[in-house]
Design a protein. Structure first.
Length: 524
């Protein structure tokens, strides 16, 4: 039995014992609820810590794009442009650049390995948990409610699509959004300048950070007036739009605007999927907390006491809506909404615990918090990665080395510490250039050119995919007519499946060989 499973069984046993005790004497409920909530918060933190330890050393990719993120970070570490023009060897992703820049010194000092890159994300996750605790503690004047909010954040690992400890910018986006909000909400003018700077950083981690920055500028203009708020706007303008429009070309490269503006601008499409997708997400994971947050917003609007957290919660909802406009996005686009809902609603629950009368001797706010934990209940074993993955990764490397020709793995891109693949253009980056209602023929042609070296090869080329070649997104699926399936490895590399998410990423399984090569009856 894994440590996570043992912990889960222990928690269940304790919960059953507590329920039995409560059934004996109802008067114990009032005393037991705070203890139960504290145990749930602590248990959620312990479970998250165990998962992080299990994941950080995973030898393969926890997520499809981790290898491409590493390519970006290595370029930043080497002083090369982060967004060069696309080639078969490297097609950039559509995220802003700050995560790669922040990761570069860590890779240089501790080694350019995937565990080090993930540790950069984990630092952002820890910063987010700390900010959640601090904001709620100060606003609620209660360290206990701050701990409950932090526990709910930890319990949201599944609801946040298991993105916070993978090599992505999501953890740092929310970390900067939270700390920037905290600083802007202070009375010190210096702290507010610091908050604007941190919120600008949120934008440079991920483009949706600009929405949190905008909400903060509106708040400061409302509080301090147009004249006194002008320096905030100037700072945001220079470090945001001006620097974005005229970036240092040697650092970011000639493809910066194409990949961070042109490519994602083509994804959005307003349709029947957009608003229901956000609502269904909230109803599944945060129905109780969302109602509490909406009640708090209504109370603030009626009393005309709108603060920074009210505006930033609305900004988080806007980021969720904008993310839902892209049907191909994962649930990581809802992480800001989930986080600010937790922070805002816990502050409201703390207020309710003081102002709302007891109901049969029980505080309603505690019952609501218990229901909030219940809606986030998930089986952590689904995210526990097997120890056999390391041996299977070595086996995969051996298989690739033994193949008598070049190997293209569209679901891998580039192995961080293994045999060289070619091309290394990841299918996600290629698909990003082609998908969406606003895509042009030139975009599609550019994406297809990245696979020209293997579209009609003169020598033997192999394509290793996680799913059947014809079922993949174009332009990779267009290779199906030129390649023949020569091996289905079945479950041989099943332990290399990444973390479960909205989409099934699969694992290396199907091996194809170029049709121009001689007949081969068996591949290694």
């Amino acid at each position: 039995m894994s440590p996570i499973a043992a912990l889960e069984h222990t928690v269940v046993a304790l919960a059953i014992a507590l329920i039995a005790a409560l059934a004996i004497e109802r008067a114990r409920i009032a005393r037991a609820l705070p203890a139960l909530l504290s145990a749930l918060a602590a248990g959620s933190a312990v479970v998250l810590a165990a998962l992080v330890v299990n994941h950080v050393g995973f030898p393969f990719h926890l997520d499809l794009m981790e290898g491409v993120v590493m390519q970006h970070a290595r370029r930043a570490m080497a002083g090369e442009s982060i967004y060069p023009l696309p080639t078969p060897r490297f097609v950039p992703l559509a995220y802003n650049a700050l995560f790669y820049i922040v990761a570069a010194p860590f890779l240089r000092v501790f080694g350019d390995t995937m565990p080090v890159l993930r540790m950069v994300s984990i630092l952002g996750m820890l910063g987010s948990i700390a900010a959640t605790f601090v904001i709620v503690r100060e606003r609620a004047r209660s360290a206990w409610w701050g701990a409950i909010a932090a526990g709910l954040f930890c319990a949201s690992y599944s609801a946040m699509d298991a993105y916070l400890d993978t090599a992505h910018s999501d953890a740092w986006l929310i970390c900067c959004a939270l700390w920037g909000t905290y600083l802007v909400g202070r009375e010190s003018r210096g702290a507010r300048f610091g908050g604007i700077f941190v919120l600008v950083a949120a934008f440079w981690f991920k483009q949706h950070g600009a929405i949190f920055l905008g909400a903060a500028l509106v708040y400061l203009t409302w509080r301090e007036g147009i004249v006194r708020s002008l320096p905030y706007w100037l700072l945001a303008l220079v470090l945001g739009p001006v620097l974005y429009l005229w970036p240092p070309g040697t650092v970011l490269g000639p493809g910066f605007h194409f990949f961070t503006w042109h490519v994602p601008s083509g994804w959005s499409q307003f349709g029947a999927h957009a608003i229901p997708r956000v609502l269904l997400y909230v109803m599944e994971f945060y129905p109780v907390l969302a109602l509490v947050a909406l009640a708090g917003l209504w109370r603030a609007a009626r009393s005309w006491e709108i603060g920074i957290l009210d505006l930033e919660l609305c900004a988080a909802a806007l980021t969720a809506f904008m993310g839902s406009l892209d049907p191909g996005s994962s649930y990581n686009v809802f992480i800001p909404l989930a986080t600010f809902t937790i922070v805002y609603s816990c502050i409201e629950l703390a207020r309710m615990s003081v102002e709302t009368p007891l109901w049969k001797g029980v505080r309603p706010s505690l019952v609501i918090a218990l229901l909030a934990f219940a809606t986030l209940l998930h089986d952590p074993r689904a995210f526990w990665l097997p120890a056999s993955s390391r041996a299977q990764y070595v086996d995969l490397q051996s298989v690739i080395r033994a193949l008598p020709g070049k190997v293209y793995a569209p679901g891998i891109g580039e192995l961080v510490d293994g045999p060289q693949l070619y091309p290394t253009a990841h299918w996600v980056a290629l698909d990003d250039m082609m998908r969406g209602p606003h895509r042009t023929a030139a975009d599609s042609a550019l994406s297809r050119r990245m696979l020209d070296p293997i579209r009609h090869p003169e020598t033997t080329v192999y394509v290793l995919t996680n799913h059947p070649l014809a079922t993949l997104a174009p332009p990779v699926s267009e290779l199906a007519g030129s390649y023949t399936l020569v091996e289905d490895y079945g479950e041989r590399f099943a332990s290399l499946t990444g973390l479960p998410r909205r989409f099934d990423h699969g694992y290396p399984r199907y091996l194809y060989r170029s049709a121009t090569a001689g007949e081969v009856t068996h591949a290694p």
